[in-house]
Design a protein around this ligand. Structure first.
Ligand SMILES: Cc1ncc(COP(=O)(O)O)c(C=O)c1O
Length: 390
């Protein structure tokens, strides 16, 4: 019998694509990497690290939900986005991934489930399973531009469903939640006794104006317990600083009970380091410069991608409204993996749609964060391989 828990027994085999990429790198061949989403590796503006040397950085006086001064800084920052939030309703953690773990502990008994969107960011299954929680998928229909279909959410739940996760805007689909969708979702959550967990790490990265878009659920009067998540990883491009926040909202009694319980969970770990909390105003002050540079890059890379598509090509760029990625719809034959392998032969690395659980077609995912020189150089081979059908 294995001495280890079943929930940590994840498959660790390498897929054909990972093997081909490793082999190419081992042979010293160049790779134009259109999968890079690490903002610190693609020549985007970084702040000087000086604020970490705060005079009180080594004095230890922890507060379970995060230092009040740091939560005030987050509330002020979110205030500039139009939400009037109280610092007491914010909880700091080391990452949004950690916040998910806390929320699953808060909301679920082992064996309960949460509803997760598909296609989407693939980490939810891991985060849930590690807490003994199951995931059930609701599909984001392509016909809705990969937007939310509340009937699909309703159909996915069962008696053990505790919460609905939404990613706003979707990663990698780049579709924002809209007012009508939020209203229908709120009605469903209230009727079925579900909490709403809204992942808003990309919400500052809208490419243009759009009527009816929901930027954040924080600060709205919603009828169910509501948790909105974001953090420095995406907002300021500083994933290594390890600071994220969640806003807790919803009906007052449930909100206060959630905060009291989360305080206990957070106090059990106290994971957020003091230097980053003390210097949080400085990191948040860097956000506009970082976001400006990201938006300029992402929009320019996307413009070039659209321009590189010849009229009548058998592939298309899927419409989207924000985020850091582009999704391409490609022919079913030869399909995702064969196309990725053919592109790799030409030195271009992209992700297949199945990494994100796309269905109903074949898709590729490209990071628009890629350095513009690399992105531009990859477009020729990309258009050639896609025109040749992989
Ligand atoms: C949708 C989404 N949520 C959360 C995260 C993780 O952020 P953090 O570094 O705060 O855990 C990512 C990272 O890629 C993401 O894409």
């Amino acid at each position: 019998m294995s001495p280890f828990s079943a929930r940590t027994g994840f498959a660790r085999t390498w897929n054909a694509l990972a093997l081909a990429l490793a082999s190419r790198r081992a042979r010293g061949l160049p790779v134009m990497d259109l999968t890079e989403t690490n903002p610190t590796r693609v020549e985007l503006p970084l702040p000087a690290p000086a604020p970490l040397a705060h005079p009180d950085a080594l004095r230890y006086a922890p507060e379970s939900l995060g230092l009040l001064s740091a939560r005030e800084a987050v509330a002020a920052f979110l205030g500039t986005r139009g939400a009037s939030l109280r610092p007491e309703h914010l909880v700091l953690s080391a990452s949004t991934s950690e916040a998910y773990g806390w929320l699953f502990k808060l909301l679920c008994e082992p064996g309960d489930n949460v509803l997760v969107p598909a296609p989407s960011y693939p980490l939810f299954e891991y985060l849930a399973r590690l807490e003994g929680v199951e995931t059930r998928t609701y599909r984001l229909p392509r016909a809705h531009g990969f937007g939310l279909d509340v009937d699909a959410v309703d159909a996915a739940r069962d008696a053990r469903t505790r919460a609905v996760l939404v990613v706003n805007p979707g990663n990698p689909t780049g579709h924002y939640l809209h007012e009508g969708e939020l209203e229908a979702l709120s009605t469903l959550c209230a009727r079925a006794g579900l909490a709403l967990v809204s992942d808003e790490v990309f919400s500052d990265f809208a490419w243009g104006e759009e009527p009816g878009r929901v930027g954040s659920v924080a600060g709205r009067e919603l009828p169910m317990p509501t948790f909105s998540l974001s953090g420095l990883s995406k907002v300021a491009g500083l994933p290594g600083l390890k600071l994220a926040w969640m806003h807790v909202g919803g009906p007052e009694a449930a909100r206060d009970e959630a905060l009291a319980r989360l305080e206990l969970v957070a106090d059990t770990y106290l994971p957020v380091n003091t230097p980053v909390q003390l210097s949080l105003p400085e990191w948040l002050a860097h956000a506009p410069r970082f976001q400006g540079a990201v938006l300029a890059r992402v929009k320019e890379n996307r413009r070039r991608l659209l321009e590189a598509r010849p009229a009548g090509a058998p592939w298309d760029v899927v419409p989207a409204q924000g985020g850091w990625s582009a999704v391409l719809r490609i022919p079913l034959e030869p399909g995702e993996e064969a196309t990725c392998l053919a592109l790799l032969e030409e030195g271009v690395s992209v992700q297949p749609g199945y990494f994100y659980d796309f269905r109903g077609g074949a898709f590729l995912v490209l990071s628009l964060l890629t350095h513009p020189d690399v992105f531009a150089a990859a477009l020729g081979p990309l258009a050639r391989v896609l025109a040749a059908g992989g």
